[in-house]
Each structure stands twice: as C-alpha cells, then as structure tokens.
Design a protein around this ligand. Structure first.
Ligand code: LLP
Length: 409
C-alpha cells in the first residue's frame, strides 16, 4: 500500500474522500532544507514561490523553517501574512503589479519589489512617494539565454513578456538611484521552470555578474542577487541537478563577492511532496483505446491537459492482483482534452484508488470549478497524523457569489 509518511493512502481516501490532495510535511521540509543547508553560512534567503502551492498549511510549514516567499499578487501577500510568514522576507514578482498592491506591500514592509518594466518602476516611485516610504527594488533582467541550446527555457528570452533587456537595465538603475523613494538593493532574474540542466543558470549568472560589475563601476551597488526559481523535478525519468549541487555551482561562481543570494523555488519544494488521490468510477473498453474514467479531471489537475505533462499514476494498493491493460486515464469533464495520463499500463478495477504522483506543485493551485465541480480537499500529513488543511468545496459555495436577476419579468 502506498503511504504518505506513516499513513496509508487508502485510509486518507476513506477519511477525506476523493479527489483529494495529500501533502507530506517531512518532504516539504526535506526539499526546503536541501537549499538552506547547501547555502549554509552564505547570506541568503530561500523565497518559496507561492504560486506552486499556496495552501496556508504548506506556507506555515515553510515559514516555521525560516523561509522567505516570492509572491505575484496581493492575494499571495495576504496568504503569507495569514500563514504567519514574515513580510520582511517577501519579494514581489510579476509584470502587472497594481498601485494598491504596491501600497499594501509597502505598508507591511516587504523586502523587495522585483520590477519588470520602466512604467512599473515609475508607478512604484509614485506610490512610495505618496506614502512617504522608500521601496527596495531589484530589476528583473531578461538575460536572453539562448533557447536553441536550452529548449526548456521559456521566460528568459527576448520574445517573452518578462523582465527588462540587459541594455535597458542600466538606465533603469541609474534613474532609480536618483529617486529618494526608491532604493536599489538587488538584481533579479528567472529564466524558466522545470529546468533539468545547470548550464542555462550558469549562462544567465555570468551575464548578471557582468552587469553587476558594470553597475558598480557607476557607483550602483547591488546587495543581493536573486536567481529566481525553476529547478526541475523528476516526474518520469528526468535527471535534474539536486538542489544542493545547484547551490554549490552557484556559490562557486559567486566566490569572493559580497553578494547575498536569493532563490525562488516553487516546484522543487512542493511537487514531489504531494499526490492527488482519485478513484476509478468506470472502466470503458473501446475499439482503439481503453478508458479508465476517474473522479478527478482537468479542473482538479490541469497540467497533463494544458502542457501534455506526464505524471506517474499508480494504484494505491500495489499488490499484484489482476491482469493489466493499457488505459487512458480520463476525468468527468466534457472535453476530449480531459485526461490525467495516456496509454498507461494499469492493473485496475472499478472502485480502485489511484495516486497521481508529483502533484504537490501547480496542482490544486491551478484547479478550477469548471463543470461546476467543487475543488478537492487538501490534507497535510505529519508523521502519523493527518490534518484537513482545506475542506472540499461544497456545492452551494460554487454559486455563493452569484445572484439571480431582480423582479419577475
Ligand atoms: N519565480 C518566478 C518569477 C516565477 O515566474 C516562477 C514560476 C517561479 C519563481 C517558480 O518557478 P519553479 O521553481 O516552480 O519552477 N504552471 C507551470 C509552471 C509555471 C511556472 C511559472 N513561474 C507548470 O505546472 O509546469
């Protein structure tokens, strides 16, 4: 039987129903510590990227370990506060920050704004001036790392909406350095997600360090370097660098410099700390395909449908008991793209419980109510205890914010 820490997954499914996300406190802790242990005595902050999984209990676990947080909205900021996170360890990323989001972030005293454009910098200057405050800033550089050699990088290219081109960065820092309500503290980049090689990071790092040196020549001192998130995980047979090896390679490049290092990992902390449990409703043999129809769909876990992402699907009861067949594992949603896995060999029967692995990141966080389905429950396992950390959405909550028209006609 598959377990989450000390608890069998079938027991959790009985207790909390399916579909259901299950997270492990020990795995979250281990993945976070892989970064912080390798960073050791170097000045650093590991800012967990909330977008991967923003459940308050997950944030709580990480906050207690001393984590910082990478946010992209005021909603994520309020989650950090609600979970007991320290606002002074928050960095604010994202291309579309609104004035009221900036104001709230200034009010609670975040560590740094990762600025992505000139108009954003100008807006932040205005908002900080109106409030009589100083905003710490870091410009997100788009290092234009060559996609041909590293095809998995999608956000660090000139063609992407993210960051500021290296040529423009210099002018922005020079402008910011003159403004009394802005304080230059860092330099930031994020080149993509699910990276399985070190070389794109190191290429980007070289470009950023050259830029830091150029800025220093002009009297602009960068205190911290934020190299974003993006370290990949093993879903199938990928072999991404271990967090510790990644950190050591980066530390090597920074040797002799007085720079603090910030990281924004999301997936590498949360993905393999979670599974999604789903039950087989029907087996539907077909002429060209067999379908295993399960009670979770693309609204619960969209990665397979949206990115053709492969996530391991296993029977929770691992005892070999019946002959296997090849199935497309599909959900209840009325779309042909609604699948959790295709052409999977499974020995299953109606009523069996399945675990979709590596579901702790970008799973629940991207879930929706499509087809008027309540989003799944979330459970956090801590050793031999389980905690319901988000109730399954009730049906009436689905239309709680809606109203009918007034009058009769
Ligand atoms: N920092 C910034 C500025 C980001 O945009 C992201 C992710 C991260 C950090 C965290 O990256 P990570 O360590 O998780 O790779 N929904 C997609 C992934 C989108 C990632 C977006 N940005 C998926 O399910 O694969």
């Amino acid at each position: 039987m598959l377990h989450a820490e000390g608890i069998a997954l079938d027991q959790l499914a009985e207790q909390y129903g399916t579909p259901c996300y299950v997270y492990s406190r020990a795995a979250l802790t281990r993945h976070f510590r892989a970064y912080s242990d390798a960073l050791g005595d170097m000045p650093h902050l590991v800012c967990y990227a909330l977008k991967a999984n923003s459940n308050l209990a997950v944030l709580d676990v990480l906050a207690r370990l001393g984590a910082g947080f990478d946010i992209v909205s005021v909603g994520e900021l309020e989650r950090v506060l609600a979970a007991g996170g320290d606002p002074a360890k928050v960095v604010f990323s994202g291309v579309a920050k609104q004035a009221d989001e900036m104001a709230r972030a200034l009010e609670v005293g975040i560590k740094c704004f990762n600025v992505e454009s000139r108009p954003e910098l100008e807006r932040l200057d205005r908002v900080a001036a109106e409030r009589g405050q100083v905003a710490n800033i870091s410009i997100r550089v788009n290092p234009d790392v060559d996609a041909k050699t590293h095809p998995y990088i999608s956000t660090g290219l000139k063609a992407n909406k993210f960051g500021v081109a290296a040529e423009e960065v210099f002018d922005l820092y020079a402008w910011a350095a003159e403004r009394p309500n802005l304080k230059v503290v860092g330099l930031d980049c994020h080149i993509g997600s699910q990276l399985t090689e070190l070389s794109p990071y190191l290429d980007a790092l070289d470009r950023l360090l050259a830029l830091i040196d150029r800025l220093a020549d002009h009297g602009i001192v960068i205190e911290h370097l934020d190299i974003g998130g993006g370290l990949g995980v093993t879903y199938q047979d990928e072999r991404p660098p271990a967090a510790g090896d990644f950190v050591h390679a980066v530390r090597e490049r920074l040797r002799g410099r007085e720079l603090a290092l910030l990281l924004e990992p999301g997936r590498s902390i949360a993905a393999n700390a979670g599974v999604m449990l789903t039950r087989v409703e029907y087996l539907k043999p077909g002429e060209t395909k067999n379908f295993a129809i399960v009670d979770a769909g693309m609204n619960d876990l969209i990665r397979p449908s949206l990115y053709q992402a492969w996530q391991r699907i296993e029977r929770v009861d691992t005892r070999p008991s019946r002959p296997s067949a090849i199935y497309d594992v599909v959900g209840p949603i009325c779309e042909s793209g609604d699948f959790l896995g295709q052409e999977r060999e499974l020995a299953i029967a109606e009523g069996d419980l399945l675990a979709v692995r590596s579901a702790g990141a970008y799973g629940f966080a991207m879930a929706s109510n499509y087809n008027s389905r309540g989003r799944p429950a979330e459970v956090l396992v801590d050793s031999d205890r389980s905690h319901l950390v988000r109730r399954r959405e009730s049906l009436d909550s689905l239309w709680a914010l809606e109203s009918r028209l007034p009058g009769e006609s």
